[in-house]
Design a protein around this ligand. Sequence first.
Ligand code: F6R
Length: 247
Amino acid sequence: MTEIKKIGTIKLIICDDLKNTAKHGAKIFAEAIRKKSDLVLGLATGGTPVELYKELIRMNKEGALSFRQVNSFNLDEYLGLAGDHPQSYRYFMNKNLFDHIDIEKSNTHVPDGTSENPDISCKQYEESIKEANGIDLQLLGIGSNGHIAFNEPGSSLTSRTRVVDLKENTINDNARFFSNKSEVPKKAVTMGIGTILEAKKIVLIATGANKKDAVSKSLNGKPNPNIPASFLQNHPDCTFIIDNEAS
Ligand code: F6R
């Protein structure tokens, strides 16, 4: 059973389980791409979007959805990891989505984790988003500490794409993807909260009991930098799709 509520400006969809959050999310993405074939997507990595990406791959393989004219911008990348590193977000995106759909790889963008001058690369990333006329539809996950992209607690509402230090609990949460916690990079490049809030539409997905607290604090109470996802309350078209465990 799916429950739909409105909390302030945010539309909240509560699904039974992870599979249904993915189905719901994929439907929103597919409908938007069918409406505008050259849609500009903002994409996320991590455990949460994998099922949604599987749904999009399925639709693409069945001929029900084409990404031929779609452009994409990923939220973030670990600093120091090249695109061919198995834990880099470029590698993740190729493996979990881009290699399996008809998107032009040259239309996919992930921040450069190995730039010699990361600050200049961050500015160029912002410029590329502007040149593409901004992000139409942004997918987000949420950290157990309330982060969005790698905007950790303390990030400002107006932050832009930049290099950030990862918090200890983010390093702990992400250690599951590495063979050893000491291998998790301590810094990353991330779109800012200001960058994310400029997307025309935002869909955040959260599943599992370890997201419950972050989701609740994001939806209830005033927007504040301690819970970066709470700043999404300032967006006019933001949907949270969560499962029962996260609600
Ligand atoms: C990833 C990202 C992060 C994740 C968040 C949740 O590109 O921006 O904010 O969305 O850390 O990660 P998972 O889905 O692994 O729980």
